[in-house]
Design a binder for this molecule. Structure first.
Ligand code: CTP
Ligand code: MG
Length: 228
């Protein structure tokens, strides 16, 4: 198994969570969401290092947290940007050693190790692999709330992170996006623009991003289940 480096954007503000501060500091079972996520990679022997992008003013608090919860693999804390893509770009630019890199939202603490393993394997073979689940609901295109068409659901995937890439491919995609002022909602989009194929690896429905209050409730249930 090849090792990988994980890039974790953590410089958001958590507006939709409505806590009034970065949602990654909210605690579940006595530990900040950020630490729950980092722990997955701390415990994974295949993960050789983490690069986090953070807000400058939150850096001391995060450094203190890493120390307190025994997170040792953070190789760099870089300054995030106004958009998620810029925060990821800062991590990409700070990485120097090639190989396979994973981009993973710091707000997704429930990623499973076997999904990570599969992503790394596919990215090593094919360059780009992203985690996703098949959509469960019926999907319709409805601009302005009027149904235009119903989309064939069997072809649709709801895409998550991690997204895994050969480093050189991701770096090229990121530099091109920045030069052209293209802003995507995930890293796959910037790689797709290069014409490079991206493979979807089936993930799990519980790999939720802690986005709104309801996600916290779900998170508590998942943690409780794990402890049983
Ligand atoms: N993120 C980041 N830099 C930004 C925006 C987001 O590093 N400028 C990070 C978040 O910290 C999070 C991940 O990207 O770990 C996914 O973003 P999201 O869930 O949207 O988090 P927030 O942007 O913090 O939340 P919101 O959109 O509700 O404000
Ligand atoms: Mg956001």
């Amino acid at each position: 198994m090849e090792t990988y480096t994980v890039l974790l954007p953590a410089a958001g503000s958590g507006r939709r969570m409505g806590a009034g501060f970065n949602k990654l500091f909210l605690e579940m079972a006595g530990k900040p969401i950020l630490i729950h996520t980092l722990d997955v990679f701390e415990q994974d022997p295949d993960c050789s290092g983490m690069i986090l992008s953070v807000k400058d003013e939150e850096k001391p608090k995060i450094e203190e947290m890493l120390e307190r919860f025994g997170i040792t693999k953070v190789a760099a804390l870089v300054e995030g940007g106004a958009e998620r893509q810029q925060s990821v770009a800062a991590c990409i630019d700070a990485h120097r050693s090639g190989g396979i890199v994973l981009v993973h939202d710091a707000a997704r603490p429930f990623i499973k190790r076997d999904v990570i393993r599969k992503l790394v394997e596919v990215a090593r073979e094919d360059g780009a692999a992203i985690a996703g689940v098949q959509v469960k609901d019926t999907m319709k295109v409805a601009p302005d709330g009027i149904v235009e068409e119903t989309v064939d659901r069997s072809k649709l995937w709801a895409i998550q992170t991690p997204q895994a890439f050969r480093y050189e491919l991701l770096k090229e995609a990121s530099d091109k996006a920045e030069a052209e002022g293209f802003l995507g909602t995930d890293e796959s989009m910037i790689v797709e623009r290069l014409g490079h194929p991206v493979k979807v690896v089936e993930s799990t429905y519980d790999n939720v991003k802690m986005t709104t209050k309801e996600d916290l409730l779900f998170g508590e249930v998942l943690l409780k289940q794990r402890r049983q």
